[in-house]
Design a protein around this ligand. Structure first.
Ligand SMILES: Nc1nc2c(c(=O)[nH]1)N[C@H]1C(S)=C(S)[C@@H](COP(=O)(O)O)O[C@H]1N2
Ligand SMILES: [Mo]
Length: 438
């Protein structure tokens, strides 16, 4: 708790520095000295603020320093209780994930779908009042549309298990460390989504020849007025793909407030930021969408492998799109104790963005030998695959179970995480600890 409050404080300070015109290089420098998790670091940052004459902000710092959250923010917290067992990285905006052993279900239940918010929860998500809500489709279309919920539900409904994974999932495994939410492995979910195909809606609007990209907008207010609304987009081909949905239900019920009520996009297999929540507008563009979150280092990775810790120029960055081969061990719970020779059920999921998973290999001897896990076919494209196997250990001691997935193109998960400046698309092999007692 204390850790995440310190973290919250640091994020707030970063915001204050930005609002006061500090350059991102300078913020980086302050952060380097401040190393966000230490108390001394926090104090250095407070000192920096004081020297900028921001006395009232220093007072606010006092509030956080005592572990208190301004009452105005408490409403945000109300919805966090719906996510039982979530590891919370931030409360404003809300960011939280689930440990892998809590994500064992083939279909992730709504209360275990991670939360990645850039801004604040829209009032409508709290009140569940559809009055005044509509979805507009405009830009490079022949007929702009303004759809109510009833209009939207006139399109054929589809229900599919689809994977959504934050582009930053796995960031905690980057070395050197990178800034941003320290997602470990749980910012991923394979929920059952109900909605309509984006393709069907775009066809009704009639795409012009000039339509090349989408631009997504939602109802969530930004954290600060100086921050533009969170908006990203996808190439028109991905928008027209039959698994790309405008969803209005998760797991057969309304989409949870924190996950985008009443309507969101689900662009499966791609970085989660493409899946706009609290959706109310899709702007069809005649060029690549060009908001802040599409540019610079945002949701971008180097075009070539870089020396860890070195930021290539912006011109050498490309947009992060589909995920790569990846797996997760959801059984057993890490650090479980077993007896010599006891059979241990090992299981998990594997997925590969746009590609197919071909095999999952397991090692219990630090990668010297490997054996194949049973791989079950997924129910549909963009759902994750289930794999399972059994292991046992003949001698007492500390052991690790490693899982490594391969895709149909021969790509495999790396043993060490390749580095990029913002810690995106992390897919290093998953290792868990087990103990065998005498
Ligand atoms: N309107 C809006 N949509 C958004 C976001 C946001 O902050 N605002 N976050 C995006 C990011 S970065 C991710 S990873 C997914 C997370 O979806 P979830 O919170 O339902 O798990 O939503 C995406 N859609
Ligand atoms: Mo994300």
């Amino acid at each position: 708790m204390v850790d995440h409050l310190k973290r919250l404080t640091w994020d707030r300070l970063t915001g204050i520095l930005q609002d006061n015109g500090a350059k991102s290089e300078d913020i980086d420098k302050v952060e380097l000295i401040a190393s966000r998790r230490t108390f001394l670091g926090q104090m250095t940052a407070v000192g920096a603020l004081a020297s900028m004459g921001l006395a009232s902000e220093v007072a606010l710092q006092g509030l956080f320093g005592r572990g208190l959250i301004p009452v105005a923010w408490a409403a945000e917290a109300e919805f966090m209780s719906t996510k039982t067992g979530m590891t919370i990285h931030n409360t404003r905006p809300v960011n939280g994930e689930f440990e892998p052993h809590l994500l064992d279900d083939d279909i992730t239940p709504p209360e275990r779908h991670f939360v990645r918010n850039n801004g604040l929860l829209p009032d409508r998500a709290r009140s569940k009042d559809l009055q005044g809500w509509s979805l507009s489709i405009d830009g490079e279309v022949h007929n702009s549309l303004v759809l109510t919920m009833d209009d939207l539900k006139k399109f054929p409904a589809v229900t599919l298990p689809l994977l959504v994974e934050c582009g930053g999932n796995g960031r905690a495994n980057f070395d050197p460390k990178v800034r941003g939410n320290p997602w470990n492995r749980g910012a991923v979910a394979c929920s059952e989504w109900t909605g309509v195909r984006l393709k069907d809606v775009l066809q009704q609007a009639g795409l012009k020849e000039t339509a090349v990209y989408t631009g997504h907008y939602g109802e969530d207010p930004s954290l600060r007025s100086s921050v533009p609304p969170f908006s990203r987009g996808v190439p028109i081909d991905k928008a027209m793909e039959e698994h790309t949905l405008i969803a209005y239900q998760m797991g057969g019920s309304d989409i949870p407030a924190l996950n985008g009520y009443p309507v969101r996009l689900v662009v499966p297999g791609w970085v989660g930021s493409c899946s706009q929540k609290w959706l109310n507008r899709i702007w069809i563009r005649n060029k690549e969408h060009d908001t802040k979150k599409m540019k610079g280092y945002s949701y971008r990775v180097p075009k070539y492998p870089v020396v860890p810790g070195i930021r290539p120029p912006k011109s050498d960055m490309k947009i992060a799109m589909a995920w790569q081969i990846k797996s997760m061990i959801t059984r057993p719970t890490p650090d479980t104790h077993y007896k010599i020779g006891q059979t241990i059920d090992v299981a998990g999921h594997a997925w590969a963005g746009e590609d197919k998973v071909s095999q999952v290999l397991i090692s219990t001897d630090y990668g010297v030998t490997w054996h194949k896990a049973n791989l079950t076919q997924r129910p549909s494209q963009y759902a994750w695959y289930r794999w399972q196997t059994q292991v046992s250990f003949p001698k007492r001691g500390y052991y690790e179970i490693w899982a490594r997935a391969f895709d149909d193109k021969g790509q495999a998960q790396p043993f060490r995480q390749p580095w990029n400046p913002k810690g995106y698309l992390g897919n290093v092999i998953h290792r868990i600890a087990v103990h065998v007692d005498a």
